[in-house]
Ligand binder design. Structure first.
Ligand code: PEP
Ligand code: CO
Length: 446
């Protein structure tokens, strides 16, 4: 294992989940262009998020991370981006109101374009082609030309991330995110939602409180007219991530400038692997997915490798165990990591351990499993004397039909109506709001 890190030291480690390119020279040309393009985020923003993650670790803030399983280039449209921001803003309002805490908002957005796959090829009717690995790498339709791993898509992905981020910044700074006008965040089908009345009452009483405070405060509460909104994606494609890994101009070290919060997936977190090697050298706060088969000592070693100084705010462990096993598996993990004295923030991904297939072979998740894993996770952390400091969700602001159940009682027969995901099934708007209210209730119970 390496002791000294460089932006290239990952190249001598085993790199899993990487696409093979048939034209190496073309890849190198693209990477040279990428390396010259400006960073997508700044070191100041990344440091601010790291401070926020430190607060969450200290019990003073709560993390809401959510968005698509895989963003698609076609979906890079005003309405779709705005509706994701809207649902996350509405959820964060519910959480602020319920928890009386600062909420750290992080989208799975502006760069979530690469997916790990269980097999590098896919066969249909006797034809074998490379698997679809996300829009950053190739295209989903099953043909030779679509499935070719195309280096030019790295540039298209960078550009899509940049325009998405540009729009998010405009929305977070301008009147759109103003807490005085939460009606800006209403989604068209809100009136049909069963949580609608509860949300409206909450907004009403929040508005009353704001007007009261402003009537006695010396000036307008300008801080409430904007929000912080951070980005995240799985740091999977090593050449792409390296091209955006640079030294900060103010001399504070190396950062991944492609996103605020890169995470390492369940399939790529091998301690001697290339993903861990590349990310250990950057200052960003890091997420690590922790699945049901994780060995506690392995995770302890990983936290030491990625955070040798045991600095607060650096490591977030995102457990994604699955509702069936969480009660048995999580306590031991949490206990052993607590005993190692590793400073970590725990957040729960109640999605990825709960994926099931319907009889017709469609991937889905049951709302009840998602909620139950979340509730059990709260309880486990309470018992272990640790704290669940956030949630990681796959969701959309749209009225999709991808997960079963929830207040709308979505059934298998409904799945076909609006099954739009390009990867895993996401909570729709109504299901996401229901989760937010349940989390607020759980946090209040503490
Ligand atoms: C994901 O977050 O979409 C994902 C692939 O997760 P995991 O690494 O936890 O399987
Ligand atoms: Co997913």
């Amino acid at each position: 294992m390496h002791t000294s890190w460089t932006a290239e030291s990952w190249k001598s480690c085993a790199a899993s989940q990487q696409p093979e390119y048939d034209d190496f020279a073309e890849l190198q040309e693209v990477l040279a262009v990428l390396r010259r393009l400006p960073p997508l985020v700044s070191s100041w923003e990344i440091d601010r998020l790291r401070a926020d993650m430190t607060s969450a670790q200290a019990g003073e803030a709560w993390v809401l991370q959510g968005g698509d399983c895989a963003e698609s280039f076609d979906d890079c449209q005003a309405e779709s981006i705005a509706s994701k921001i809207k649902v996350l803003l509405q959820m964060s309002l519910v959480l602020i109101y319920g928890s009386q805490q600062k909420i750290v908002r992080i989208g799975r957005i502006a760069g979530q374009y690469a997916k790990p796959r269980s097999s590098s090829t896919e066969s249909r009717d006797g034809q074998t082609l490379p698997s679809y690995r996300g829009d950053l790498i190739n295209h989903s339709p099953f043909s030779h030309s679509h499935r070719r791993n195309d280096p030019q898509l790295l540039l298209r992905g960078y550009e899509r991330a940049a325009v998405t981020l540009n729009f998010i910044r405009a929305l977070s700074e301008g009147g759109f995110a103003d807490l005085h006008h939460p009606e800006n965040w209403d989604l068209t089908f809100v009136a049909e939602s069963s949580e609608c009345e509860r949300y409206k009452r909450m907004v009403q009483s929040l508005g009353d409180a704001l007007r009261f405070i402003e009537s006695i405060a010396p000036g307008p509460l300008t801080e409430l007219r904007r929000v912080d909104f951070f980005t995240s994606h799985e740091a999977l494609h090593l050449h792409y991530e390296q091209a955006l890994t640079r030294l900060s101009v103010r001399g504070t070290g190396w950062y991944n400038f492609g996103t605020h919060f890169p995470w390492i997936g369940e399939r790529t977190r091998a301690i001697s692997g290339a993903h861990v090697e590349l990310l250990r050298g950057v200052r960003n706060p890091l997420g690590i997915k922790v699945g049901p088969t994780a060995i506690a000592q392995e995770i302890v070693d990983l936290t030491r490798r990625l955070n040798p100084e045991n600095e607060p705010g650096r490591i977030t462990l995102i457990h994604r165990i699955g509702n069936q096993r969480v009660a048995d598996t999580l306590p031991k993990l949490v206990d052993e990591i607590a005993r190692s004295n590793a400073r970590v923030l725990w957040i729960c991904d109640p999605m990825h351990g709960n994926t099931v297939s319907t009889e017709s072979g469609q991937k889905t998740r049951r709302f009840d499993d998602v909620l139950a894993e979340l509730r059990t996770s709260f309880a486990v952390h309470r018992q272990c004397g640790t704290r669940l400091g956030g949630v990681h969700l796959e969701l959309t602001g749209e009225n999709v039909t991808e997960c079963l159940g929830g207040a709308g009682g979505l059934t298998e027969a409904d799945l076909h109506t609006a099954y739009n995901t390009s990867c895993d099934p996401r909570l729709n708007y109504e299901q996401a709001m229901e989760i937010a209210f349940s989390i607020a209730d759980e946090i209040q119970q503490r």
